[in-house]
Design a protein around this ligand. Structure first.
Ligand SMILES: *Cc1c(COP(=O)(O)O)cnc(C)c1O
Length: 391
């Protein structure tokens, strides 16, 4: 039968893979209202607690009064306004790169950059665990596409032997589902040896890593020669919306000329750029947020270790607890919800089969009491968990 959508949906349900959207009745915060119920949440990417910050809200409101709401047109036509331009200049300074380009979303930024830089006759080499937008960007570019074993420089080197044309190595900075860091020093040296370029998407590193929140490149002290293409998203640690690419003058001009997802879309509302200018300042200057976060991460890891649950090797706010089967992960998530906590289960195909997990994310908006409450709830919930079954 053509378009048998109900069969497809039934199959997904039977496999415990059916997705549903929790309905939020409050702003982003440690304490939210979901489906009408107050919950303590550990699944936002608002790592620094800036999404609902009064000064960011004020900058946004003032921006809307001054600049209106709609972006109005694409950047190349009549949508590139002063707040967008100022934000680009501030992001270039922040990342220590000659220029930055603002995009409406991280997904689009990744599609745009990869397809502007490589095409037929070129190569793109990606970490297996890269974010979907990077993998999609690589596949859509038309370049020869290969993936290397997660964070494995030896596997990367063997893939690099089979490349042709311009070669782009693409990696997450902080891996979004595991929370570990890309081994950038090794990746950059492999790239240098082959004359390849490195592109890093540090969606989860900005704001969290580096003394000034400059992310993984600040953490490892890598400049534009090591990482010529640096992508950041603004909807996570920055707490607003959109994304940016930072790099050389030539890179940014090339994107303005050739990146179709940049050229053929309306600019983001200028007031969002006003809000991001404020959140950038808070992210960079209020280092107490990173320090508080580091303490919470330490408290959580020590507590979970005592419970005998399995954590990943992560020093970032992304602290997944590996459960195994989707069914078990869902059961644990439901048991936590019974106790007033929201922690989402992440299942295949987002993660590999047999590695369904609770993706716990911590935020500077949490208190030590919040983390203690999570640990307590995990203790109760994991006792009542059914035995491990095959996925
Ligand atoms: C969230 C995310 C994106 C997508 O960014 P949006 O602005 O939400 O579209 C891209 N890359 C990574 C690694 C991400 O985690």
């Amino acid at each position: 039968m053509p378009f048998d959508l109900s069969a497809r949906l039934a199959e997904r349900r039977a496999a415990h893979l059916y997705r549903q959207r929790p309905l939020l009745g409050s702003p982003q915060s440690a304490r939210v209202v979901v489906d009408g119920r107050p919950l303590l949440a550990f699944c936002s990417n608002d790592y620094l607690g800036l999404a609902n910050h009064p000064e960011v809200i004020e900058a946004f409101s003032e921006g809307a009064r001054r600049w209106g709401v709609g972006g109005g047109a694409s950047h190349l036509v009549m949508g590139h306004s002063e707040p967008h331009h100022q934000l680009e200049e501030a992001l270039a300074v922040f990342t220590g790169r000659p220029r930055a380009l603002l995009m409406s979303s991280g997904y689009m930024a990744n599609l745009g950059v990869i397809s502007a830089l490589v095409g037929q006759g070129d190569s793109v080499v990606e970490d297996r665990l890269n974010h979907a937008s990077l993998l999609d960007g690589g596949l859509l570019s038309g370049a020869r596409f290969s993936r290397y074993l997660h964070n494995d420089p030896v596997s990367l080197a063997s893939r690099l032997e089979k490349t042709c044309g311009n070669t782009l190595i693409v990696t997450d900075g902080v891996f979004s589902m595991d929370g570990d860091l890309a081994d950038l020093p090794a990746i950059c040296s492999a790239a240098r040896a082959r004359g390849a370029w490195v592109m890093v998407d540090d969606a989860h590193g900005f704001g969290c890593l580096g003394e000034q929140g400059g992310g993984i490149v600040e953490h490892f002290g890598l400049g534009v020669a090591d990482v010529p293409v640096l992508v950041g998203t603004l909807g996570k640690g920055f707490g607003t919306a959109g994304a940016f690419i930072a790099g050389s003058e030539e890179l940014i001009e090339s994107l303005i000329q050739f990146a179709r997802p940049y050229i053929y879309t309306t600019s983001q509302p200028p007031a969002v750029a006003c809000a991001t200018l404020k959140s950038l300042q808070l992210l960079r200057d209020e280092s107490w947020r990173r320090e508080h976060l580091a303490r919470l991460i330490g408290q959580f890891r020590a507590g979970v270790g005592e419970l005998g649950l399995r954590l990943m090797d992560s020093s970032t706010p992304i602290q997944p607890i590996i459960i195994g089967s989707s069914e078990r992960a869902m059961a644990l998530s439901a048991a936590l919800r019974e106790q007033g906590l929201l922690v989402t289960a992440i299942r295949p195909p987002t993660v590999a089969r047999g590695t369904a997990r609770l993706r716990v994310t911590l935020s500077a908006g949490h208190s030590e009491d919040d983390v203690a409450q999570l640990l307590d709830a995990l203790k109760h919930a994991s006792i009542s968990l059914p035995e491990q079954a095959d996925d």
